[in-house]
Design a binder for this molecule. Sequence first.
Ligand code: PLP
Length: 454
Amino acid sequence: MTSNNPQTREWQALSNDHHLAPFSDFKQLKEKGPRIITSAKGVYLWDSEGNKILDGMAGLWCVAIGYGRDELADAASKQMRELPYYNLFFQTAHPPVLELAKAIADIAPEGMNHVFFTGSGSEGNDTMLRMVRHYWAIKGQPNKKVIISRKNGYHGSTVAGASLGGMTYMHEQGDLPIPGIVHIAQPYWFAEGGDMTPEEFGVWAANQLEEKILEIGVDNVGAFIAEPIQGAGGVIIPPETYWPRIKEILAKYDILFVADEVICGFGRTGEWFGSDFYDLKPDMMTIAKGLTSGYIPMGGLIVRDEVVAVLNEGGDFNHGFTYSGHPVAAAVALENIRIIRDEKIIEHVHAETAPYLQSRLRELNDHPLVGEVRGVGLLGAIELVQDKATRKRYEGKGVGMICRTFCFDNGLIMRAVGDTMIIAPPLVITKAEIDELVTKARKCLDLTLSALQA
Ligand SMILES: *Cc1c(COP(=O)(O)O)cnc(C)c1O
């Protein structure tokens, strides 16, 4: 992006000279220069060029209540003045973390009444791995160490998080996964279902869990972790047969089930948690993102009472973070949850905006580039293909990136995962803003198609 604005150029120079951006090609970013986002309100962002952009991704899936809510700034400011920091290591606690733990227990599925706080989702999953192994060791089954995860799942970017995740491009850098983590197939019918119906494929994909448990031996398996709906993998909505079959398998074998709710949690599906949406009964749930609407970093792990009862017998759990349960983050999270609850944001998503978004998005099915539109709640995915009937992709053209660039240049943020366009707007998006999103998406699909034909 070459800019005539000296202020933009100055910031881009700082980026080039000093900043290493996450998940970026450093050299390529230097050549292009980052877009500088300077302010935000509601569902809109503004960049340093004065462009107004509809944020179809809620930042990185996190800004549930939308940008610019003074209440969260006030909660942070008040807490910083009163008690900006204290740790929870020395048999101490502080009011915000205790009130937040209670508020989360109130909205979590029945029987999940305890929370271990972390600074991020990745740290939540690191905590999970250590807690699962500690749990089985206390129960006298220290061999139950293996965590089964899924290909193309996303569980963060720490060493354990990236190992639990099934992103091969992450594993390739840094000798991952670490030992004791194995991956099974994902329930991604559109890309991998072949000639099976979605229903057949859902059962097949779920059965991979049982096969893996039997292959490794149930005495060596500690847990299965999965996102209710894979987010970063491309908003993959499992076929209807998938979760019921997984639940049967989990009921049969004595292993823990961990729902990674970092994206699905706090209203994304029109329920408080993805586990509510699919009626899953997890033993642990990883949370982050929507917990604070992204206004401040915080994550955690919600743990079922029966698991806590075992941990209570295990002596010290030798794990924790300087910023576990940070008082300012906790105060912000509490205020965020209060707003979601008092303003009935999830009820509104469930009854109004989710059905509206899903029906409007599906209008894009008639577009020549679109092979499938799918979604749940305020999550959506649009598969870009060369041939609708066979689900054949445009090979090697980078169609997703082409479309993403058109979106950015036309005032819409839609993310590309390969050739899958995905959206997850703030939960407060209105119907008029959904209309704008779909209109812009169609325009960008048209531009993408023209570019491919040129
Ligand atoms: C983003 C994400 C994480 C990692 O959270 P961070 O806060 O980036 O560490 C873990 N799991 C899922 C499902 C996510 O989407």
